[in-house]
Design a protein around this ligand. Sequence first.
Ligand code: ZN
Length: 121
Amino acid sequence: MTADTYDDDVALRAYVLRHFPHLMTPLERRVTEYIAPIVSDAEDSKLLKLHEFLEERDGHVVDADVISAFQTPYDDRIANAVDRVLETRRGELIENRCSQCQRLARTPVAKQCLWCGHDWH
Ligand SMILES: [Zn+2]
């Protein structure tokens, strides 16, 4: 995406996914961060460690819910999770917008606009 092709909806969705995954539910995080289901009965010890880490970080997620969510394609899982965050937790987003062009900055703490070059340091 360039300044000419900037699409606020696309930019906002990518921004939520990159900077506000903590606004997702534990299940949403579990099924959007990985392309394979991370469940408690994994045979690979690395996956078991990862499962342990995720349970600790996000809270418990039922294996059956993870498996069931994987019936939905990856891109749709992401779109659904981002939709829910935008619909129910929009107030918790820090939308760092440029005061000149109103486009979203690259990060919540950026002080320069990627799109028009405006600098607010
Ligand atoms: Zn700008």
